[in-house]
Design a protein around this ligand. Structure first.
Ligand code: ARG
Ligand code: ZN
Length: 475
């Protein structure tokens, strides 16, 4: 879904469904003299870090994911139907899919030819697709998804990870396509229906709100719906034994918190902190962008991270308050306003890390001013930390500490330069300007300059794009 016209499109889809069926037939003939001939869509959207992720030639609007999982064997049987719109005349197009076996592909309900090459699934529909035409592609597939990464990239494995009682699913940046065929890039956001089928006694948890759930014939079924545009990496289908607590935050947002009952909860009140942070961030960053907030607290020791899964972050263990407020800040920075490409990752991690300092300031523990100086002082000028240009951190270091902490420092330096008034106007203005869409660093700089009335490129140049330690502000 290209940027912000999404909501309208989804409803228009229903109205157009019938028209599409007949348009498909019309498009079957050879291209007319005036129309450019149909050609295959590009295999990727050209992300500088992941050139093959996403696909050219169409815009994904809605995913319907059906996932049937057997925790004993690890077998996933899936069916994905994507409603999409062709952005050029297409003779064929790609989806991203890593491993797994494809059983059949249909386009507009008709059997389509397909081939596999690396992580690309190339679909050749029986009839060409016309630019602007809406179509559906349905893929039936099966296999045992494999987690990605390992110790070399991003510090720990990630993706579809088998737990003691089910599966933990956290896919940033590129593991969504290990469990469903997709346009696996944040630049192509879409809405979702997710149906999980698991053995009886287990709970399947996903994004958005629970539409229905029931048990039948030894299986447990749940149907989730995310009505706001979502990046593929933020989709989950986490399955296991969970205690579920639901309610409404004091500010009025529905909340769903699932906790693995075998975990020692210690003294962390995940439900309470989630409710409080959702409400507090709504005041600082603007209206909460999604229909529900929450948490999925699972037991996945091999995953050393948590993820800001849209509407309910996943935690691989019971995490502390500062992690929870970080993941919830991502609902604005990363989930509602998503990166245009992965180079801009500091727009997610720098902001969510800065939110941790804001939380301490809010709680009266420590000001962001002091947090910044303490962090700065702790890292000597010759430390490799300062070598990372957080505005373009490179693929394998995109989740390095510098992206988080120097990113947060950049925001504090900005705040000290433009003053609290402009700074706290800028944050909600940013989330409003790109709500449900995508954005990049140059747009943030432009908005900061507009709101403050100051010229700021020197500040951002120094903090985001140099490989040395910047001087502290005010010196
Ligand atoms: N966005 C996550 C966070 O900051 C980190 C994800 C790291 N990804 C990974 N594959 N380890 O909370
Ligand atoms: Zn983060």
């Amino acid at each position: 879904m290209a940027l912000s016209r999404s909501a309208r499109r989804t409803s228009r889809w229903l109205a157009l469904a019938t028209a599409v069926a007949s348009a498909a037939t019309l498009a079957a003939g050879p291209a007319t003299a005036s129309a450019p001939p149909a050609s295959p869509g590009a295999p990727g959207v050209g992300d500088p870090y992941f050139p093959e992720l996403g696909n050219g030639g169409f815009d994904a609007l809605h995913y319907d994911l059906g996932v049937s999982y057997d925790p004993d064997s690890g077998l996933l049987e899936g069916r994905t139907t994507i409603k999409a719109k062709a952005t050029k005349n297409l003779s064929a197009f790609d989806l991203d899919l890593q491993k797994l076996r494809v059983e059949s592909v249909k386009v507009n309900g008709e059997k389509a030819a397909f081939t596999r090459s690396g992580d690309e699934l190339t679909v050749t529909p029986a009839a060409h697709l016309r630019k602007g035409q809406r179509f559906s592609v349905s893929v039936a597939y099966a296999g045992i998804p494999e987690a990605l990464g390992g110790p070399i990239i991003f510090g720990s494995p990630y993706g579809w990870m088998k737990t003691k009682d089910g599966v933990f699913v956290a896919c940033e940046p590129n593991a969504a396509s290990t469990w469903f065929p997709s346009s696996d890039h944040p630049g192509d956001k879409a809405t979702y229906d997710i149906r999980i089928d698991a053995p009886k006694g287990l709970t399947g948890i996903s994004n958005g709100r629970l539409v229905s759930s029931h048990e039948k014939g030894g299986r447990s079924y749940s149907h989730w719906r995310e009505t706001k545009p979502m990046a593929t990496y933020l989709a989950t289908a986490t399955i296991g034994k969970f205690d579920v607590r639901t309610g409404t935050t004091p500010g009025g947002t529905p909340i769903y918190v699932a906790t693995d009952p075998t975990l020692p909860t210690g003294n962390v009140d995940v439900y309470g902190i989630t409710a409080e942070a959702t409400d507090y961030w709504s005041k600082v960053f603007g209206k909460y962008p999604f229909e529900e907030t929450g948490a999925i607290v699972d037991d996945m020791p091999q995953a050393g991270f948590s993820l800001e899964v849209q509407s309910k972050p996943v935690y691989s263990a019971v995490r502390d308050e500062t992690t929870i407020v970080h993941e919830l800040a991502h609902q604005w920075f990363g989930d509602s306003v998503s990166v245009k490409n992965w180079q801009n990752i500091w727009l997610n991690e720098g902001f969510a890390s800065y939110a941790q300092w804001l939380w301490d300031e809010h709680k009266g523990t420590r000001s962001a001013h002091d947090a910044f100086r303490k962090q700065y002082a702790a890292i000597p000028a010759d430390d490799a930390f300062w070598k990372i240009k957080v505005g373009d951190p490179q693929r394998d270091t995109m989740f390095s500490r510098a992206v988080y902490k120097r990113g947060a420092m950049t925001l504090q330096a900005l705040r000290e330069r433009i003053g609290d008034k402009a700074f706290f106007k800028l944050l909600p203005a940013w989330t409003a300007a790109h709500r449900y869409g995508n954005a990049e660093t140059s747009q943030f700089i432009a908005l900061a300059e507009k709101i403050s009335g100051q010229q700021l490129d020197d500040l951002f140049q120094t903090w985001l794009y140099t490989d040395t330690r910047p001087a502290l502000p005010g010196k």
